[in-house]
Write a protein that binds this ligand. Structure first.
Ligand code: TPP
Ligand code: MG
Length: 540
C-alpha cells in the first residue's frame, strides 16, 4: 500500500471520519467502544459525554444541521444503540448527516448470549441511508467512508455501522482516507425550465423554502432566484432566516392570504407534509423542487417537480430569461397583510397580564437575543409560539425537532450548538413537559463547561395535549404536571444556576442575568395554563 494507515479498529474508524470533517464525538461510555475513545484520547480529539444516548445523537444532529458536515455519535452495544433510535429517526426525517458508530457483541461467539448481544442493523435499516456491520478490521475505513458518503448524498440522512468487539479491538491496515467525493445529482433541465416559466409567468406566485435549501448550501441561490423572479418567500425549518426579515421579499405572517390567493406555489427543499397543509393550496398549481427523486410528493398532483442539486436548480431559476409577469401589486398586497400580522404580534408580545402569556416571554427574549443567537425549540405550544414570534435574523440559527416532532431534543441540540459556536448566545426554549426528557443532561453541560440558557414555559401541563383532549372529549387524562415545579432548582442541583419568574416585568432582567451567567442557567417562567396555541389539529 502506497499510503496506508495502521492501528486498532477505533483508530481506523476515527481516521476515516476525520477525513470528512468530523471534529468531535458525542457518547455515553461503554466497554464495547473503548477503542474509539482510545483513538480520540491519543490525538486530543474532543469527546463530549452525556447522561442518555439520545442526547448524544441529538447533539451530533445539531452539529450536522448547523455545520452541514457529519456529526458523530458513538453508542455502546445493545441498549446504547436502542436509546439512540429516536435521535436517528429524527435525523432521518431531517435529512441530517449523522453517523452513529455502535459497539457490538463479539462476532466469534454470536448467538451464545454475550452481554448486550443484539443485532441492531435490522432495527436501524429503515431509518438510515446506510446500515451495516463491519466484519473485518481492515474494512473499517472503507465502510466508514461509504457510510458518510451515503449520509452526505442528497437526499441526506443518517448512517449506522456497528463494530463487533473483536473487530474494533484488533489491529488492521488500510489505504489512507482520500478526499470525500459526494455525488451531485443534476435535475432534468426541461423540468427546471418549466418550473422557471411557471413562476415567472404566474400572476400571484409564492415560494416556500425549507431545510434542504440550508442543508444543500443553497441559501444565496434561493435569494438570487427570488429576487430575479420577484417572488415572495416564506420559510420553514432550517430555511428560516434565509432572507433577512427586512428583505422586501421575506414574509412570515401573510401565509394564509398568500396560499389562499396564489396561482403558483413553489415549495423548495421541504416535503408537502402537515406543516404545509399536505400541499393542498386551493386552485394554485404546485411546483415541488426537491434534492432527490425520492422526495417527490406522491399524494399531490404537481405541475412539475424538478429533482436534483438545489444550488444548480435555483441558479437556473435566477438566470431564467423568458417573459415575466409583474408581481409588484401582489407583493404590495401581501406586505400590507404582513404588516398587519406584525402589529398584532407586537401587541401580544407586550401583553401585561397577571398570569404570563408565552407571547410576552418572546417579546422579552427578542430584546436580548443577538442576530446570530441560536434558538432551539423543544416542546408543544410553547415552541409553536416560538416559531411564530421569533424571527431568525440569519439562516442556520433556528433548530426545531422537524416533522418527526420528537420531544427531548433540547439538551442535545444545545450541546451541539454550543460546541459549534463557543461564543454565541445559545437559547433553548422548553415546555415543562419536554424538559423532563433531557434536563439531566444539564449536568453534562455544566461538567464540560458548556453554558447555555434554558427558558422553560412552565404551564404545569402537557399543553398541546391537554387543550385538544378537552376540546375533543370535554375532559382530559394524563395531561397534568406539577404546577409551579422548580425546574431551575433541578439545574442548580446539577451545578448550574437559575431562577423562577412569576411576573412579566421580571422576565427581561432574568434573561439578562441568564445570558451573563457563563454557566447553564434555567429561567423557569410560570405561564398561564389556560392559554392554548390556536391551531387546527395536526393529527390527520
Ligand atoms: C417523544 C414524544 N412524546 C410525546 C409527544 C406528544 N406530544 C407532543 S406535544 C406534547 C406536549 C408538550 O408539553 P410541554 O412540553 O409542556 O409544552 P406545552 O404544550 O405545555 O407548551 C406531547 C406530549 C411527542 N411529540 N414526542
Ligand atoms: Mg407544558
Amino acid at each position: 500500500m502506497a499510503e496506508a494507515i495502521e492501528g486498532h479498529g477505533g483508530e481506523l474508524a476515527l481516521a476515516a471520519a476525520r477525513a470528512f470533517g468530523v471534529n468531535e464525538m458525542f457518547t455515553l461510555s461503554g466497554g464495547h467502544v473503548f477503542p474509539l475513545y482510545d483513538a480520540a484520547h491519543k490525538i486530543g480529539f474532543p469527546i463530549y459525554d452525556v447522561r442518555h444516548e439520545q442526547t448524544a445523537v441529538f447533539a451530533a444532529e445539531a452539529v450536522a444541521k448547523l455545520q452541514r458536515r457529519p456529526g458523530l455519535a458513538v453508542l455502546t452495544a445493545g441498549p446504547g444503540v436502542t436509546n439512540g433510535i429516536s435521535g436517528l429517526t429524527s435525523a432521518f426525517f431531517n435529512a441530517s448527516p449523522v453517523l452513529v458508530l455502535g459497539g457490538r457483541a463479539p462476532q466469534f461467539r454470536w448467538g451464545s448470549g454475550s452481554l448486550q448481544e443484539f443485532d441492531h442493523v435490522p432495527l436501524v435499516a429503515p431509518i438510515t441511508k446506510y446500515a451495516g456491520t463491519v466484519t473485518d478490521t481492515d474494512a473499517i475505513p472503507g465502510e466508514v467512508r461509504a457510510a458518510l458518503t451515503a449520509a452526505l448524498t442528497a437526499h441526506r440522512g443518517p448512517a449506522f455501522l456497528d463494530l463487533p468487539l473483536e473487530i474494533v479491538f484488533s489491529t488492521g491496515e488500510a489505504a489512507a482516507p482520500g478526499e470525500p467525493a459526494v455525488p451531485v445529482l443534476e435535475a432534468d433541465p426541461d423540468e427546471v425550465s418549466r418550473a422557471a416559466t411557471l413562476l415567472a409567468s404566474a400572476e400571484r406566485p409564492v415560494i416556500i423554502a425549507g431545510s434542504d435549501v440550508w442543508g444543500g448550501d443553497a441559501i444565496a441561490e434561493l435569494r438570487a432566484a427570488a429576487e430575479a423572479l420577484q417572488v415572495p418567500v416564506f420559510t420553514n425549518g432550517m430555511g428560516r432566516g434565509a432572507l433577512p426579515p427586512s428583505h422586501p421579499l421575506a414574509f412570515a405572517k401573510a401565509r394564509r392570504p398568500a396560499l389562499n390567493e396564489a396561482d403558483v406555489v413553489c415549495v423548495i427543499g421541504t416535503p408537502l407534509d402537515f406543516r404545509l397543509g399536505f400541499g393542498e393550496f386551493g386552485a394554485a398549481q404546485v411546483v415541488h423542487i426537491v434534492d432527490a427523486p425520492s422526495q417527490r410528493a406522491s399524494h399531490v398532483e404537481t405541475a412539475v417537480s424538478p429533482a436534483g442539486d438545489l444550488r444548480r436548480i435555483l441558479t437556473a431559476l435566477a438566470e431564467h430569461s423568458g417573459d415575466r409577469a409583474d408581481h409588484a401589486e401582489w407583493i404590495q398586497g401581501l406586505r400590507t397583510a404582513e404588516d398587519a400580522g406584525k402589529a398584532r404580534d407586537a401587541e401580544a408580545m407586550a401583553a401585561e397580564t397577571d398570569l404570563i402569556k408565552p407571547a410576552r416571554i418572546y417579546g422579552e427574549l427578542r430584546k436580548v437575543l443577538a442576530p446570530d443567537a441560536v434558538t432551539i425549540g423543544d416542546g408543544g405550544d410553547f415552541v409553536s409560539y416560538a416559531g411564530r414570534y421569533l424571527e431568525p435574523a440569519q439562516p442556520g440559527t433556528w433548530l426545531d425537532p422537524g416533522p418527526y416532532g420528537c420531544l427531548g431534543t433540547g439538551m442535545g441540540y444545545a450541546m451541539g450548538a454550543r460546541v459549534t459556536y463557543p461564543d454565541r448566545q445559545i437559547c433553548v426554549l422548553m415546555g415543562d413537559g419536554a424538559a423532563g426528557f433531557s434536563l439531566m443532561d444539564a449536568e453534562s453541560l455544566v461538567r464540560q463547561g458548556l453554558p447555555v440558557v434554558m427558558v422553560v414555559g412552565n404551564n404545569g401541563i402537557w399543553g398541546l395535549e391537554k387543550h385538544p383532549m378537552q376540546a375533543m372529549y370535554g375532559y382530559d387524562v394524563a395531561a397534568d404536571l406539577q404546577p409551579g415545579l422548580r425546574y431551575d432548582d433541578v439545574v442548580k442541583a446539577l451545578g448550574g444556576a437559575g431562577e423562577t419568574v412569576e411576573k412579566a416585568a421580571e422576565i427581561g432582567p432574568a434573561l439578562e442575568r441568564a445570558f451573563a451567567a457563563g454557566v447553564p442557567y434555567l429561567v423557569n417562567v410560570l405561564t398561564d395554563p389556560g392559554d392554548a396555541y390556536p391551531r387546527s389539529s395536526n393529527l390527520a
